[in-house]
Structures are given as structure tokens and as C-alpha cells.
Ligand binder design. Structure first.
Ligand SMILES: *[C@@H]1O[C@H](CO)[C@@H](O)[C@H](O)[C@H]1NC(C)=O
Length: 293
């Protein structure tokens, strides 16, 4: 367990808030995978390299691998650059998500479903609130995500959750708590990622299996950046937020008209599945938020 060096327990509340704000700024400065993450499974299949600037996960026949953040967050703009498994990645899934604890957990998911060489990756997204998901949207991409690193971001503030790819919004989940839809705004979440064998469902619904002759499969991570409220001993760095701080502007960030156009460009051209457009799966009615603007 590594403690942020900037917190001491004897200080008064107000000072703690300010110090914690400083801590969240520190999280933002310069990626260091040793400082910010721990390997959770897969032994040496997960590796931190290049002065802790690079992390790689691998999957072989015996096991996948994964990591999680040391810090817990409650709201933030969290960026990670990922280069996905190249070549024939069919049957592999690289999951990258935020998740809280317990049986009524909240979760914000990116999952990258591999494919045969030349066939497109699928980005699968989901939002769980109070332990309930079933809010999948899936997309293809406008580039090959295995050739280079690309930035996958989650903007999570009290108004909405926005998924971005290279700063282009692909999905927005708005806070409709006032209309009875639970929104993740109370439970702190950690960041998780894993590379694993999901060939029972991932590629063309499980039709295409992993070709182990291509193993080990590798995904790479770099330039992690969290502008986020870090929860430390139950206290949020946002307890008394100052939105005028430049580091906090994401807390009030909305989509402007340019970004709304980008979002609809993605949704019209690259969305391949939308839970809000699947009455066959939900014969008793679509999720209520599907009917709200
Ligand atoms: C794989 O490629 C097929 C054919 O283009 C496509 O329908 C599918 O969405 C792709 N992704 C996955 C995960 O199956």
C-alpha cells in the first residue's frame, strides 16, 4: 500500500481538501505505472517497462494478465493510450474500465474485442449503475487500433459520463437521476485493465476461436493521465471543489456544438450495436434513459 506523500492525518479538513487537490494534480503529472498501478494477475505476463512509462499485458494459453490503479476516484477525466493486440487477435478481449466495490457496484467499461487480421476490432462500451448493466453500445473504429497508440478517455462528472477515442466523443450517458435512473455519483472506482481469453463470445459471437499459434498476445499502455478527484480515507478531493482551478474544468465539461457533431458522426457511421435500439432483447421495454433526450 503506497500512501500519497502529501497527506498527513493531523491536518484540518480545509487543508486536507487543498492538499488532496494537490494530490490529484500530482496524479496528473507524468505517467509512472509503478506509482499509479499494481499488477493484479498473470505474474510476469504483465510488465512495467521503460522507466515505468510503458506497461504491457500478455495472454498465452495458460493465463491472461491484468492491473489496477492504486487510487480510487470519484469523478475525473481519465486518459490512457493503448495499442491493441495486432494481427489475428480473434477471441481476445482487452478490457479497460472503472469499477467500484460491492454487490451494487458502478462500472464504466471499454472492452476491445479482437478480430481476424484485416477485420475490424469492436469497441464495446457499457455503464453499470447499482450493479445493473445491460447498456451496451458497440462501435467499429475509423483507424486500425493495433498500428499505433490511441487515447481512450472517460470523462465522468456529476452531469454525465462521456467516452472518447482520441478526443472524439463516441458515447454519452447523461445523469437522469431526477427521472429515476441511477447515476454513478457516490461510489469511488478504481481503474482496471486485463487481457484475457473470451473466445466463447467475443468475435462474431464466439464463432471464431483464439489461434494459439499466434500467442503470446500483447497489448501496451502508456501516458496514463488522471485529472480526477482522488478519494483518500473516505474524503474526496472535491469536497469543496473550486471550478475556477484550471485543473478542475473537466468537472463542468459539456459537449459543445462541434463535439456534438463529432458524436453524431461516430454514432451514425461507426455504431454497430445500441441497447436503446434493441426491442427484441428487451421485450418488456427499453431502458428508461433511452426515451430521454
Ligand atoms: C469482426 O469482423 C466482422 C466482419 O467484418 C465484423 O462483423 C465484427 O463486428 C468484427 N468484430 C468482432 C468482435 O467480431
Amino acid at each position: 500500500m503506497v500512501s500519497p506523500p502529501c497527506v498527513s492525518s493531523s491536518i484540518g479538513d480545509m487543508k486536507l481538501v487543498i492538499l488532496l487537490l494537490t494530490c490529484s494534480l500530482m496524479v496528473a503529472s507524468g505517467a509512472n505505472f509503478y506509482r499509479d498501478f499494481e499488477i493484479t494477475w498473470g505474474d510476469n505476463r504483465a510488465q512495467i517497462l521503460n522507466n515505468a512509462k510503458l506497461l504491457t499485458l500478455t495472454l498465452d494459453k495458460d493465463s491472461g494478465s491484468g492491473f489496477k490503479s492504486k487510487n480510487e476516484f470519484l469523478f475525473g477525466k481519465i486518459d490512457m493510450q493503448i495499442k491493441l493486440v495486432p494481427g489475428n487477435s480473434a477471441g481476445t478481449v482487452t478490457a479497460y474500465y472503472l469499477k467500484s466495490e460491492g454487490t451494487t457496484w458502478d462500472e464504466i467499461d471499454f472492452e476491445f474485442l479482437g478480430n481476424l487480421s484485416g477485420d475490424p476490432y469492436t469497441i464495446h462500451t457499457n455503464v453499470f449503475t447499482q450493479g445493473k448493466g445491460n447498456r451496451e453500445q458497440q462501435f467499429h473504429l475509423w483507424f486500425d487500433p493495433t498500428k499505433d497508440f490511441h487515447t481512450y478517455s472517460i470523462l465522468w462528472n456529476p452531469q454525465h459520463i462521456i467516452f472518447y477515442v482520441d478526443d472524439i466523443p463516441i458515447r454519452i450517458f447523461k445523469n437522469f437521476e431526477s427521472k429515476g435512473v441511477p447515476f454513478p455519483n457516490k461510489q469511488p472506482m478504481k481503474i482496471y485493465s486485463s487481457l484475457w481469453n473470451a473466445d466463447n463470445w467475443a468475435t462474431r459471437g464466439g464463432l471464431i476461436k483464439i489461434d494459439w499459434s499466434n500467442a503470446p498476445f500483447t497489448a501496451a499502455y502508456r501516458n496514463f493521465m488522471a485529472r480526477a478527484c482522488v478519494i483518500w480515507s473516505g474524503v474526496s478531493s472535491c469536497a469543496s471543489q473550486s471550478l475556477s482551478l484550471p485543473s478542475m474544468s473537466w468537472m463542468a465539461q459539456e459537449l459543445n456544438s462541434t463535439n456534438l457533431e463529432k458524436l453524431s458522426w461516430v454514432q451514425q457511421n461507426f455504431m454497430i450495436y445500441n441497447y436503446c435500439a434493441d426491442p427484441y432483447r428487451f421485450p418488456d421495454g427499453l431502458a428508461p434513459e433511452c426515451g430521454f433526450a
